[in-house]
Design a protein around this ligand. Structure first.
Ligand code: SDX
Length: 394
């Protein structure tokens, strides 16, 4: 029904593949990374620990984690020549366009980082995981005209990002433990999600033999869509519009239900989950806790919860199994952290990166089944017909 013909061979001919990375049960709302429940990982791990789990397949020992952290610190800088690229992006250049561009450019400066060898994986992954964080923070600093803040050896993955984003010569940034803990949790919750649009893009592009950077760059572009990772930005814009409309919930619910109106209740619905997205449940809890810890009173949280309540009691949404997804509450937390709306999907990309790298490698190392992706179609155009020369066409 989606236009794909189901064939019996190989990846991407059937729109599906085998994988050992992430398990989803859309009916029960279950999400496991390498066999571990997302709730347990989100409550007990750091993002770096979960990135290692996704990449290597096992939770790291303390030594393995220390070594991985050391690699992330060592490779946090980008080539100084790359920094000049930022001078030539227009001030209002979308951060996702900059991110996709700069990640693809990494291969020009670090060509050696595309090998598929097992022992080099932690180093290859650490380099791109660390550099994407620096690129994201630098693009923000450039967009607001502030001096760049370089990564520091003594800060954690998330602490470094926050410091690079918000530290200023006039007012040093104090890394808040609650913010670091919540950012770790958010990145963990976004780290992988089976064969979603952007991960499938990374696999499809990679299946042609394209290197890791270019495959990731394509994944970033796919994630940008408002139907995909761009939804976290669209949710906050929708909540702000409702707020400006004096909380006229009925207007937006009516628009969302109108088959002739392209408006969708963004942050709601999911191709796989037909019950609560387990990530949304965790993020909603973290949202209230983080805003309280930061003493932030954001009316958008109340609006989001009331909108959820109305939709969850409306037959249109109930009959279609439409529930809040990962994007519904995440933007409210990013706002409380001081992250600008146009950077929300960049945060999603930073979180999803270990998943993209893991899937690209899983596919590239599966040499027995590795074939170029070539989805088919159901053709319903004109039947074969005779040619009409130009001078005879009327
Ligand atoms: C992500 O795949 C992944 O795993 C993605 C992701 C990940 O981690 O990678 O989870 C991240 O992308 C989450 C989704 C973020 N996008 C949004 O929140 C955008 C709003 N949501 C919708 O556009 C929609 O729900 C999708 C895109 C998420 C899913 O689209 P589907 O599966 O193609 O759903 P559908 O279009 O077949 O909808 C079925 C019915 C339709 O109504 P009918 O034709 O049956 O009358 O439900 C309706 C749709 O109109 N519907 C909605 C709706 N979502 C679906 N109606 C109003 N508001 C919505 N949000």
């Amino acid at each position: 029904t989606t236009g794909y013909i189901t064939l019996d061979s190989g990846y991407m001919n059937t729109g599906s593949c085998n994988s050992q990375i992430t398990f989803l049960d859309g009916e029960k709302g279950i999400l496991n990374y390498r066999g571990y429940e997302i709730e347990t990982l989100a409550e007990n791990c750091s993002f770096v620990e979960v990135a290692y789990l996704l990449l290597i397949g096992e939770l790291p020992t303390q030594k393995q984690l220390n070594d991985f952290r050391e690699l992330l610190s060592r490779y946090a800088l980008i080539h100084e020549d790359m920094i000049h690229f930022f001078d030539h992006f227009p001030p209002n250049a979308p951060p996702m366009a900059i991110l996709s561009n700069m990640v693809n450019t990494l291969q020009n400066y670090y060509p050696e980082m595309t090998s598929e060898s097992e022992e080099e994986l932690p180093e290859i992954a650490a380099r791109i995981l660390s550099k994407i964080r620096t690129i994201a923070a630098f693009s923000y600093k450039k967009s607001v005209g502030h001096p760049l803040v370089y990564p520091r050896y003594d800060l954690s993955y998330c602490g470094n990002f926050l410091n690079m984003m918000f530290d200023k010569p006039v007012k040093p940034y104090v890394v808040h433990p609650e913010v670091v803990a919540t950012l770790n949790k958010l990145l963990i919750l976004h780290a992988d999600h089976e064969q979603n649009c952007s991960t499938s893009t990374v696999r499809l592009v990679g299946s042609a033999g394209v290197n890791l950077y270019t495959s990731i760059s394509a994944g970033i572009s796919a994630l940008w869509g408002p139907l995909h990772g761009g939804a976290n930005q669209a949710v906050v814009e929708m909540l702000m519009a409702i707020h400006r409309d004096n909380n006229d919930f009925e207007k937006y619910i009516k628009k969302a239900k109108d088959p002739n109106d392209p408006f969708r209740l963004t942050g709601f619905g999911h191709r796989v989950y037909k019950t609560f997205d387990p990530r949304a449940t965790i993020i909603k809890r973290a949202c209230a806790k983080t805003l309280k810890a930061l003493n932030v009173d954001d009316p958008l949280l109340d609006i989001a919860m009331e909108l959820e309540d109305i939709a969850r009691n409306d037959d249109y949404f109930i009959s279609r199994n439409l529930y809040p997804n990962v994007d519904f509450y995440s933007g409210i937390i990013y706002r409380a952290m001081g992250i600008p709306t146009n950077m929300f999907t960049v945060m999603f990309a930073m979180g999803r990166l270990p998943g993209w790298i893991s899937h690209w490698r899983e596919m590239m190392l599966d040499t027995k089944n590795l074939r170029i992706g070539r989805p088919r179609q159901v053709y319903d155009g004109p039947k074969q017909r005779d040619f009409i020369p130009l001078h005879e066409r009327v």
